[in-house]
Design a protein around this ligand. Sequence first.
Ligand code: ZN
Length: 55
Amino acid sequence: MWTCKRCTINLKFPECEPAIDHFGVYFLCPRCGYRNKLANAGKPGGPVELVQVGE
Ligand SMILES: [Zn+2]
C-alpha cells in the first residue's frame, strides 16, 4: 500500500498506476495530484518491485 505524502490518502496498486519519466518512477495521487516518488527495490535481473521513497 502506498500513502500520498501530501494528503495522506492510502492507495492500493490498482487505484494508481505508476509512471516513469526522466526524474524516475512515481505515481500521481488521484485525490490531490501530488507526485509521489517510487524506487525499484528489485534485484538486478529480477522482477520490478516498486517501493515508496522519501523526497
Ligand atoms: Zn494526495
